[in-house]
Write a protein that binds this ligand. Structure first.
Ligand SMILES: Nc1nc2c(ncn2[C@@H]2O[C@H](COP(=O)(O)OP(=O)(O)OP(=O)(O)O)[C@@H](O)[C@H]2O)c(=O)[nH]1
Length: 780
């Protein structure tokens, strides 16, 4: 049997469910791409002084639906005046936004232009030159990708815009999730050539989950094959959204000059494409007047429906004025009736200023969204809320931890209510501990500006917090609240790492500890028996970056093993198990008797525990012991030591001894019952199956399909793509996808690309299960 792992870095929290019904081990959600690390055997026995701190995990509760947003809109008018002394900007003039999209759609380039045009940076950093301000990590600059979401603050048109640029690669999906949790609105960037790409779908659904209002920016209008209206159609068909066209492009590809603004009914035409190029507001070109009229009419038709009085007047022949149109676009955007759509080319500096106008005009301020939800500290069933007001008790959510070489730990927080001053104390509501607010900073990518106080709506970094981790709440000690937790995916792959020397071993312990603190989708564990260290993450690229950071930031010399799938174990049939734990030899005895019904749960349900004990057959105080024993057992299954998922356990009966029973005895009995259940309930292995989308030239399509089939893949969809390309979609087990990037490159001479994300867990075929189990036993 595989040796047991002590799992560090993460703990699956129990959400807010009751003690009688709890869930752990939510299904993983992520993917893989990029080259595999070198393969080396690992035998060392590292010893770490500290286990990584326990990261909170929980079930995210989406924001309130539209109806409650509408209610909030009513309240906000009253809340607006409640601005405390010291606030620089009225809360209604805040926009907390994220920039989200598929990899390479141009999020970072767009964010860089936003910084430039808002006067925050005087020199533009280019992604392809490795100088982007927002991509400040050395790994980001070398690879030209965003890995961590960077936060920055800028000003536009009398508004404070807090921007978070999020990664597009699916391995860093947690960064997107964290950002969406604390944002009020988002800009969804699309590549005008590729339109809606797989990861744009994933982030779109994440934004749906958190009810985040969006504006679409169709970028790269200068590229060959760019097509604004095709992208609009894909937003409808692939995302099921209702785009509201606010601009019509003037020309495309090389001839892209600007756009017609359908509210102003003016053409915005750029005279150059250099940084800072000016644009003029001129009359609509004669050959576009009909098209502009047609789309303005569609725009007005969509917005008048949101206001009965305006609709009535419209039917009677009165056109709404531009202020009314803008008011209704804002209302429809915030209520998520439609998604305004604008266009441009960030790289060629066209369209960014109107995009900023759209952010200010149409995305919500903190006053436009529902009061943040939470629960009481001593009673998870008691719902609490906090309004976006400086006068309300202080509450903030830590959504990201970063390690800064100068400041140490930086904790990024979104302040939902109240005021926070540097040098004061706040309560970590999750841990019940007071923390000193040493330094308070506004962040500009990796630069920071010290501030004395922060207010409702701000996104700030706090320096020097000791024990706060991602997802925890900081609040006023006298008015404690625990805000909704975030949903963290479970790692899908793992690799073994071996430090080269004893010195490296110590540094590795420290490094892993810090990295796990920053990143809840990363975990590490140490096999107590073999001393092997295993790191777990969301994909090959994710772990590659972790190892790179260990080497560079923590100066750890190490060898790295081949990536392996993080399988899961489950059961296939129900069974009632009775287990008696009895120990009489020496000292006081131990006695616990449990009868537990084990049943396979629905996919994705994790672990559900219920107690149906009647008449005190198992006294109430021993039931947490049963739960604890089962939870411990779920961490490592009997087949091959993988986590067990999708099991429902119901405590139906039992007995106890007046003297010899204890919670510990029931914990041991539950572990015994679980062991028996795994052998009597048809234990089986589950594997992550990925949705893989390959975009390939037609002449390589046969090879691509043949290769996917040989990887146990099931091809389920073909589609035409712009430029004579074909999309092949297939479901393939993750175990068969390692190093796919290099195979695909070789097979198609580098002309195809692919992306993938976790679709579901499936039962591993019996012959493969036998192989995996045998391999795990040898490894143990
Ligand atoms: N032609 C053209 N290229 C662009 C435009 N915007 C961005 N690019 C280029 O597209 C590439 C990807 O841009 P990024 O801004 O890094 O895209 P991203 O979405 O931030 O990528 P990730 O952070 O890795 O997900 C870079 O080489 C950019 O220079 C554009 O408007 N036109």
């Amino acid at each position: 049997m595989a040796a047991s792992f002590s799992r560090c870095g993460q703990q699956k929290a129990l959400g807010s469910s009751t003690a009688q019904e709890r869930r752990v081990f939510a299904p993983a959600c992520s993917a893989v791409s990029a080259p595999a690390a070198a393969s080396v055997n690992v035998n060392a026995a590292p010893v770490f002084a500290n286990a990584a701190p326990v990261a909170a995990r929980g079930v995210a509760v989406p924001r309130a639906p539209v109806s409650s947003r509408l209610q909030r809109n009513v309240t906000c008018a009253a809340g607006k005046d409640a601005t405390a002394e010291g606030r620089e900007q009225d809360l209604s003039r805040y926009r907390n936004i994220g920039i989200m999209a598929h990899i390479d759609a141009g999020k970072t380039t767009t964010s860089e232009r936003i910084l430039y045009y808002t006067g925050k940076s005087y020199k533009i950093g280019e992604v392809h030159e490795g100088t982007a301000t927002m991509d400040w990590m050395v790994q980001e600059q070398e690879r030209g990708i965003t890995i961590t979401s960077a936060a920055t603050t800028c000003q536009w048109n009398g508004h404070r815009i807090n921007v978070i640029d999020t990664p597009g690669h699916v391995d860093f999906t947690l960064e997107v999730e964290r950002a969406l949790r604390v944002l009020d609105g988002a800009v969804a960037v699309f590549d005008a050539v590729s339109g809606v790409e797989p990861q744009s779908e994933t982030v779109w659904r994440q934004a749906d989950k958190y009810n985040v209002p969006r504006v679409c920016f169709v970028n790269k209008m200068d590229r060959l094959g760019a097509n604004f209206f095709r992208t609009r159609d894909m937003v409808i068909s692939n995302l099921g959204a209702k785009p509201l066209v606010l601009q019509v492009p003037i020309g495309s590809e090389d001839a892209f000059k600007g756009m017609v603004d359908l509210v102003k009914m003016k053409a915005l035409v750029w005279s150059g494409e250099e940084l800072g190029a000016k644009f003029d507001e001129v009359d609509i070109p004669a050959d576009m007047v009909d098209q502009a009229n047609e789309y303005r009419e569609k725009l007005i038709d969509s917005v008048v429906e949101l206001d009965d009085a305006v609709l009535e007047a419209y039917f009677e022949g009165t056109m709404p004025d531009n202020d009314t149109i803008k008011r209704l676009i804002r209302k429809g955007t915030i209520d998520r009736v439609f998604v305004p759509m604008v266009c441009g080319t960030a790289f060629k500096n066209k369209g960014v200023q109107p995009l900023l106008d759209a952010v200010v005009d149409y995305l919500p301020s903190p006053l436009d969204i529902p009061d943040v939800d939470g629960v009481a500290v001593d009673d998870a069933e008691q719902a609490l809320t906090r309004p976006a007001s400086d006068d309300a008790p202080f509450s903030a959510l830590a959504f990201k931890i970063a390690t800064d070489p100068f400041v140490g730990t930086l904790t990024f927080c979104r302040i939902y209510s109240g005021k926070l001053e540097a040098g004061t104390y706040a309560l970590n509501a999750n841990k019940g501990k007071k923390e000193r607010i040493g330094r308070l900073m506004m962040m500009h990518a990796n630069n920071r500006e010290d501030i004395k106080a922060a207010y409702a709506g701000d996104i700030v970094a706090i320096g020097g917090l000791k024990e706060v981790i991602t997802g925890e709440t900081l609040c006023d000690e006298k008015n404690p609240i625990i805000l909704e937790r975030m949903d963290f995916p479970d790692p899908v792959i793992k690799i073994a790492i071996e430090p080269k020397s004893k010195g490296d071993l110590e540094k590795m312990g420290m490094g892993l500890n810090k990295l796990a603190q920053e990143d809840p989708s990363f975990g590490y564990s140490r096999d107590e028996e073999t001393g092997q260290t295993v790191i777990e993450g969301m994909g090959e690229l994710h772990l590659e970056i972790i190892v790179d950071r260990l080497r560079r930031e923590f100066k750890v010399e190490c060898d790295v093993g081949a990536p392996q799938v993080n399988y899961r174990e489950s059961i296939s049939r129900p069974n009632d198990i009775r287990y008696v734990h009895k120990k009489q030899s020496g000292g006081s005895g131990q006695f616990a008797d449990v009868a537990i019904k084990f049943e396979p749960g629905e996919p994705g349900t994790g672990f559900v525990f219920r107690s149906e004990i009647k008449g005190g057959a198992v006294p109430k105080e021993y039931i947490p012991g049963v739960l604890k024993g089962l939870e411990e057992s779920m961490g490592s299954g009997q087949l091959a030591g993988f986590p067990v998922v999708d099991v429902t356990a119901t405590l139906i009966d039992g007995s106890y001894h007046e003297v010899d029973s204890s919670a510990l005895a029931f914990q041991i009995a539950a572990r015994g019952a679980f062991r028996e259940a795994m052998s009597k309930c048809g234990a089986r292995l589950l594997e992550p199956v990925m949705k893989v989308e390959v975009i390939t030239p037609e002449d390589h399509m046969g090879d691509v399909i043949g290769d996917l089939n040989s990887r146990r893949g099931m091809v389920n969809k073909f589609e035409d793509k712009p430029g004579g390309m074909k999309l092949v979609q297939a479901y393939v087990p993750l175990a068969e996808m390692f190093s796919y990037v290099s195979t695909l490159r070789g097979m198609t001479k580098g002309r195809a690309n692919y992306s993938m994300c976790l679709e579901r867990y499936e039962v591993v075929p019996p012959n493969i299960q036998t192989e995996i189990v045998a391999k795990q036993k040898v490894a143990a």
